[in-house]
Design a binder for this molecule. Structure first.
Ligand code: NAP
Ligand code: ZN
Ligand code: ZN
Length: 352
C-alpha cells in the first residue's frame, strides 16, 4: 500500500523526551477520510503511554487521541463527510465491526479489541498506529466524528476523549435531573464530567485534593466541593451519591469514597488501571448494594451523541493552547496537576 511521509512529534523510548520525527500515513482507501489536524488535546493517557506506565508501549510513540481538523481528501465510497468539513477523531480508529459489541455500537468493547488511535496494530500498513501529534491522519469514515459548527474548535478537541469517557458512564447509569453525582479529581476528565453532569441537569459535587481548585470548580458548575483530605468534609457526604466518576490516574484509596455512595450507588473507575491499594472493602458494598465498576471511552454513535449534546448546550473544554515544541514541559505540569484544565496543541506549530 502506498504511503506518504508526514511530520509528527513522538518519543523513541519511555525515558526520552518527545522530539520531531517523520511517520508514514496510508493513501486514502475507498472508505477513508484524510484530515489535516488543526488541534490535538493532551490526555493523561498520552503521558502514561509515552512513559510505558501500563506496559506494552511501542516506540516511536506518537500520542494524541483528541484530534480535530479539516477533511482534505475522501475515498470514493465515503458518504459521511466531504472535503472541507470539520472532523474529529478520538481514541479508536478501527474495530472488527462484526462481534456482539460492535453490532451494539460498543466498538470500545470490541471482542477482538479496538484499534487504538495510537499504540494499536496498524492493519493497513503494518507496525503500530500513530496518533494526533502529527500533521495529518487517515481514518476509516466510521471512526470519524462530525463537529458542531458553533463551538470553538480548539476547545472541542478534548471532548473526543475526556468528554466521551465521562459522558458514557453518565448515560449508562442513566443520570438525569434527580441524580446526585460526584466526580473525583479536577483535571481534563474531571472538569468535563462536571460540565456534562450540569448539562444533564443533575446535582454534581467535586472531590479534590487541591483546595485552590474550589473556586474554579464552582465556576465550572459544581454545586459543592469536598476536599478529600479533610475527614470532616468526607463524613458530611456519607451515603449521598448515586454515581461517582473516579478520574484519578494513579493508585489511591477508593474505600472512603464507597461510603459516600447511596444505597444502589455505583463508583465508576475511569482513571486508574491496576490493582487497588488498600484492597477494596466489600462490607459497605454488600450492606448497601453498592457497586464499584469501570468504563472505557464510549462508542462512535455515543461520541456523536455527546458532541451534538455539547453543540446544543454550548459545552467545550477549558483549555490552555500550547505549541508542539512545549509538549515535554506540558507533561511535567500535568504530573503536578498544574493544568487548567486541558492542554491543546495548536498543530500549526508543528509546521513552523
Ligand atoms: P489529569 O488532567 O492529569 O487529571 C487527573 C486529576 O486527578 C488531577 O487533576 C488531580 O485532581 C487528580 N489526581 C492526580 N494525581 C492524583 C493522585 N496521585 N491521587 C489523587 N488524585 C490525583 O488527567 P486526565 O487526562 O483527566 O486523565 C485521568 C485518568 O484517566 C488518566 O489515568 C488517564 O489515562 C485516564 N483515562 C481513561 C480513559 C478511559 O477510557 N477510561 C480515557 C481517558 C483517560 P485534583 O487536583 O482535583 O485532586
Ligand atoms: Zn485520552
Ligand atoms: Zn468487534
Amino acid at each position: 500500500m502506498n504511503t506518504t511521509q508526514v511530520k509528527a512529534f513522538g518519543a523513541e523510548a519511555s525515558d526520552a523526551d518527545l522530539i520531531a520525527m517523520n511517520i508514514q500515513r496510508r493513501e486514502v482507501t475507498d472508505k477513508d477520510v484524510e484530515i489535516e489536524i488543526l488541534y490535538c488535546g493532551v490526555c493523561h493517557s498520552d503521558l502514561h503511554t509515552v512513559r510505558n506506565d501500563w506496559g506494552g508501549a511501542k516506540y516511536p510513540a506518537v500520542p494524541g487521541h483528541e484530534i480535530v481538523g479539516k477533511v482534505i481528501k475522501v475515498g470514493s465510497g465515503v458518504t459521511k463527510l466531504k472535503v472541507g468539513d470539520l472532523a474529529g477523531v478520538g481514541c479508536m480508529v478501527d474495530s472488527c465491526h462484526t462481534c456482539e459489541s460492535c453490532k451494539q455500537d460498543l466498538e470500545q468493547y470490541c471482542l477482538t479489541g479496538f484499534t487504538g488511535t495510537y499504540n494499536g496494530v496498524d492493519k493497513h500498513i503494518g507496525g503500530h498506529t500513530f496518533g494526533g501529534y502529527s500533521e495529518k491522519v487517515v481514518v476509516d469514515e466510521h471512526f470519524v466524528l462530525k463537529i458542531p459548527s458553533n463551538l470553538n474548535l480548539a476547545a472541542v478537541a478534548p471532548l473526543l476523549c475526556a468528554g466521551i469517557t465521562t459522558w458514557s458512564p453518565l448515560r449508562h447509569w442513566k443520570v438525569g435531573k434527580d441524580s446526585k453525582v460526584a466526580v473525583i479529581g479536577l483535571g481534563g476528565l474531571g472538569h468535563m464530567a462536571i460540565k456534562l453532569v450540569k448539562g444533564l441537569g443533575a446535582h454534581v459535587t467535586l472531590f479534590s485534593r487541591t483546595p485552590d481548585k474550589e473556586k474554579d470548580a464552582l465556576e465550572l458548575g459544581a454545586d459543592a466541593v469536598v476536599i478529600s483530605t479533610d475527614n470532616n468534609q468526607m463524613k458530611s457526604v456519607k451515603g449521598k451519591f448515586d454515581l461517582i466518576i473516579d478520574t484519578v490516574p494513579y493508585v489511591h484509596h477508593v474505600n472512603p469514597y464507597v461510603t459516600t455512595l447511596n444505597i444502589n450507588g455505583t463508583l465508576v473507575l475511569v482513571g486508574y488501571l491496576g490493582g487497588l491499594e488498600p484492597i477494596l472493602q466489600t462490607v459497605p458494598m454488600i450492606m448497601g448494594r453498592k457497586s464499584v465498576a469501570g468504563s472505557v471511552i464510549g462508542g462512535i454513535a455515543e461520541t456523536q451523541e455527546m458532541l451534538d449534546f455539547c453543540g446544543e448546550h454550548n459545552i467545550v473544554s477549558e483549555i490552555e493552547i500550547i505549541k508542539m515544541q512545549e509538549i515535554n514541559e506540558a507533561y511535567e505540569r500535568m504530573l503536578k496537576s498544574d493544568v487548567r484544565y486541558r492542554f491543546v496543541i495548536d498543530m500549526a506549530s508543528l509546521k513552523a
